[in-house]
Design a protein around this ligand. Structure first.
Ligand code: KIV
Ligand code: ZN
Length: 510
């Protein structure tokens, strides 16, 4: 057996369900383009019926992406499925993923439906979905706590109705590897026509077992794994894409299958998702953590220098580390700038946007002589046209001296009109945010502030993420600059612009 393992990425759907990780349409598009570059087979772009914003985001991804299948999640009801069908219509290859709960506790307490009604509803759902696409996935929500006989019964019925992928979610992360593998093996043995469909798994990480359970299921015959970049997702998250992909690739002898993933795109994808969501990656995280390939002990360093494989089972460059290419400097021209953006897969909407970005690139190159790919990506994120900037930083000055209270003065453009304000704070960032609030008076609450160096060196740009909440909305703002106080002010204003434009969806949880 040397099969293909289908990688189904749900960063934009289940990942987005992490509190505080909701993304705008443009952010989803940027991540989707990176997933396509990475050669992910299926991108679950969202839950089209959740809101108009979600519908538009799934549709935009379906329009833009050509090399991956685009999927929308839908509960097993007619409205959800028709919204999903409409949203994926522009896709070169589109899938509807419909689900209904099958565990006794969910059927009785949540759905208040009998098992017979659940089977009937699931079969109807597949029929509606088949009106839009022949690629239909069915999930038995909370399969990990469902009765095996009932799973066999419902899967038999939905396969007969036309489902082509059968997904077995461990929704609450309750399973352990051997037992989960047994479940998958039993289902494949007992469900009629099991060889006509793709068996898929979707594991949550509540016991830290999402990757282990997914891999055990692959050994038992599953040929699709649902996962997310950095393991983002509800509660403790989903199985992490990078860990599943690299485990299968590194241990082909054990798994007897491989994916089509371009692993050199993994680290850029991880950084992009972390930057957009503001969820940092822990340094010791497998594959994408900053220390994943760092050898500290002398014995290890000595071994690696003598023969790399003494202590390394994967090469850092194979997963996209160390690809920090020095691309350009202040003498680089506009054409070189344009073609490097193309190579990075960054889409520029117009000549005007290119000119504006190029001018900013020149400003950056004056401050920072070495410009890396990551700098260009950060610069282009700032250029993103969404949301339209209601608040914009025109100029700023900060004063901070030992023994004195730090103060900030900002000049903003607010809806096209200039406004000035100043304030003091416990530090210069606090002072800058307070000065902005003198003008904006948003009433928003600051939930998170994080700063990361985009590249190495003390002249690196700082990339700041600010998470704000107001009423029932949570937004993330990003800003980058060689001056981290300026980057902080930009990130704060970016978050305020999102609140102003009401771009985030309300209560994304399903
Ligand atoms: O965890 C889960 O059960 C899900 C389904 C909707 C697939 O996310
Ligand atoms: Zn899930």
């Amino acid at each position: 057996m040397n099969d293909q393992l289908i990688i189904f990425d749900t960063t934009l759907r289940d990942g987005e369900q992490s509190p505080g990780a909701s993304m705008t349409r443009d952010e989803k598009l940027r991540i989707a383009r990176q997933l396509e570059r990475m050669k992910v087979n299926v991108i679950e772009a969202g839950f089209a019926a959740a809101s108009n914003g979600d519908f538009e985001a799934v549709k935009a991804v379906a329009e833009a992406i050509k090399e991956s299948t685009i999927c929308s999640l839908a509960r097993a009801n007619e409205n959800d499925i028709r919204r999903s069908g409409e949203a994926i219509r522009p896709a070169a290859s589109g899938r509807i993923h419909t689900f209904i709960a099958t565990s006794p506790i969910h059927m009785e307490k949540k759905l208040r439906m009998t098992p017979d009604q659940v089977v009937e509803q699931a079969v109807k759902a597949i029929g509606w979905a088949r009106e839009y696409t022949s690629d239909v996935e069915f999930s038995a929500e909370d399969a990990g706590r469902s009765e095996i006989d009932f799973l066999c019964r419902i899967f038999d019925a939905v396969i007969k109705a036309g489902a082509t992928t059968i997904n077995v979610p461990d929704t609450v992360g309750y399973n352990v590897p051997e037992q989960f593998a047994d479940t998958i093996r039993t289902l494949i043995e007992r469900v009629p026509n099991s060889d006509k469909v793709v068996w898929s798994v979707h594991c949550h990480n509540d016991l830290g077992l999402a990757v282990a359970n997914s891999l055990a299921a692959v050994r038992a015959g599953a040929r699709q794994v649902e996962c997310t970049i950095n393991g983002l997702g509800e509660r403790a998250g989903n199985a992490s894409l990078e860990e599943v992909v690299m485990a299968v690739r590194t241990r082909k002898d054990v798994f007897q299958c491989d994916t089509r993933i371009d692993a050199t795109q993994i680290v850029p994808a991880s950084k992009l998702v972390s930057g957009i969501t503001g969820f940092p990656v822990q340094p010791n995280k497998a594959i994408v953590g900053a220390n994943a390939f760092a050898h500290e002990s002398g014995i290890h360093q000595d071994g690696v220098l003598k023969h790399r494989e003494t202590y390394e089972i994967m090469r850092a460059e194979d997963v996209g580390w160390g690809a920090n290419k020095l691309v350009m400097g202040k003498h680089s021209g506009r054409n070189a700038f344009r073609s490097r953006l193309q190579e990075l897969g960054v889409v520029v909407d117009s000549e005007e946007q290119l000119n504006h970005a190029f001018a900013r690139f020149k400003e950056l190159a004056d401050k920072k002589h070495e410009i890396f790919d990551e700098d260009l990506q950060a610069l282009m994120s700032d250029e993103s046209s969404e949301p339209k900037e209601h608040f914009r930083l025109l100029s700023s000055s900060f004063h901070s001296e030992t023994g004195e209270t730090p103060c900030a003065r900002v000049t903003l453009s607010v809806g096209g009109k200039e406004a000035k304000a100043e304030s003091c704070g416990s530090g210069p960032v606090d002072a800058a945010f307070k000065a902005i609030e003198v003008v904006a008076d948003s009433g928003a609450q600051l939930l998170l502030y994080s700063v990361n160096a985009i590249t190495t060196g003390t002249d690196a740009q700082g990339e700041v993420t600010v998470r704000l909440s107001k009423e029932d909305r949570v937004v993330n703002g990003q800003g980058s600059d060689t001056d981290i106080i300026v980057a902080s002010a930009k990130a704060y204003l970016n978050a305020l612009n999102k609140l102003h434009a009401k771009l985030e969806r309300v209560n994304p949880q399903i």
